[in-house]
Design a protein around this ligand. Sequence first.
Ligand code: PRP
Ligand code: ZN
Length: 290
Amino acid sequence: MKFNGSTLKFAIQKKGRLLNSSLDLLRRIGLDFEISENKLSSRVRNFDIDLIFLRDDDIPEYVEDGVCDLGIVGQNIIEERQADIGIIEKLGFGRCQLAIAIPKSSSIKKLQDLNGKRLATSYPRLLEQFLNKQKVKATMVELHGSVELAPALQVAEGICDLVSTGATLKLNGLKILQTIFDSQAVLIKKYGFLSPAKKLIINQLLLRIKASLFGQNNKYLLMNASRKILPQLLQFIPALKSPTITPLAAPDMIAIHSVVPAKQVWEVMAKVKNCGASGILVLPIENMMP
Ligand code: PRP
Ligand code: ZN
């Protein structure tokens, strides 16, 4: 098979933490494609896009070199590689931390105890930067996988690796000593020339991604209330602009519709209920362009 140079190439993690959420996002914004287990690329039917499945560690380089035009990858890898690419959107999934961890029974209690110790990591640049800032002198043992095994194998006294659910640490009898970087998935773009056709597609995708993320982060809140409590209710409703107020058939009754940050929705529901609102309803928002 041969790739067409004019087709936009979009790099996605081949397997691992980001794969499913990346594919979900692409489907949510309307890309129509199929993937099969061993296929390393996939043609999008309704856009001039090829999805290219790569090792996450290779994605920044492919985008930097212009082999791929877009990619989804962890911020941690971008920071470690110092990749010369543009981050165009934080995607809100694949959240994890880069952390220094030590065996549960370790005598190391604080950062300064790491002086003279060995730390195994796949993130030498970020770790070195952090240790320098903290004025800790430790030896780095660079590994490219199974970093969590290093203490048990007596290759190092501690590690510095990604922690997402914490399951891998737990399984290996390790605990976090210090978090050094918070990461999430980001959408990246190559610098330099892009054909007008590719630019157009990128703008379309970005608009849809923003609308989808906005939808995920907000809820549609509806309630009924007597008109006389409206001023009190409005104090509690963090509306995007101004809430929509419509009269109901019953005299002096109104319906209030509002877009509310998802994080605040339970709190707002309790407050307006307390205030006298009824029929309080929360609906998911699929997409929204504010
Ligand atoms: C990371 C990291 C840990 C694991 C932590 O790997 O290397 O081993 O995930 O996850 P947990 O806290 O949920 O157990 P990543 O997904 O980046 O894959 P890779 O290192 O093989 O590229
Ligand atoms: Zn990786």
